[in-house]
Design a protein around this ligand. Sequence first.
Ligand SMILES: *Cc1c(COP(=O)(O)O)cnc(C)c1O
Length: 228
Amino acid sequence: MTASIARAMTKTEASLSAIRDRIAHAESIARRDRGATTLIAVSKTHDAAAIQPLIDAGQRIFGENRVQEAQAKWPALQEVTPGIELHLVGQLQSNKAEDAVRLFDAIHSIDRPSLVAALAKAIDKVGRAPACFVQVDIGDEPQKGGCALSGLPPLLAEAKAAGLPIAGLMCVPPAGLDAAPYFALTAKLARDNGLTGLSMGMSDDFETAVTLGATHVRVGSALFGPRG
Ligand SMILES: *Cc1c(COP(=O)(O)O)cnc(C)c1O
């Protein structure tokens, strides 16, 4: 860049590039390929005015945790900037499956047979199929969503039988504990089940997740600042 066109990075560009650098550093520590990890910018609770600077800084992959909130925000943003990929990272009610299939490119929260059935039906009706991650209740915290470890093999079998494109596993480890053992266990479960995708790691632990094989990290507050 020549001096005449040099300009200061915006605050958003700086924080995005800092997160990308930290991901790249973790990839290199783990001898993984650079770029092996996809950064999902989790924009839940943030409005279009807060999201647009991140789009302007080059981020194209975003995560939301509620279907209705995403429906209200994203179509207008996507009209301005084509090529944005949306990931649903929050729990999904079966009666919202069709809306989710229309809007999202990936769904990270598949955790029960009834949702597998609802998604299969919606995919058939809508004619598009988001990438599907099965969420595992890795810390045995039933309030959190995710299927029990013992329920994973049958749920994966049902999802395959229903024709869902299973990309991998997703987890949210228990708060306040070292996440590493939970990430390692999720990675092992994925390997044991022949899956390559691993959606794990948030603002406080994404580097650990990357060293343990995360293919998708879901980062919100480290990019956007705290949620109100
Ligand atoms: C909110 C959320 C995130 C992002 O959390 P931060 O700590 O803000 O990075 C990631 N994954 C899920 C499932 C979430 O609900």
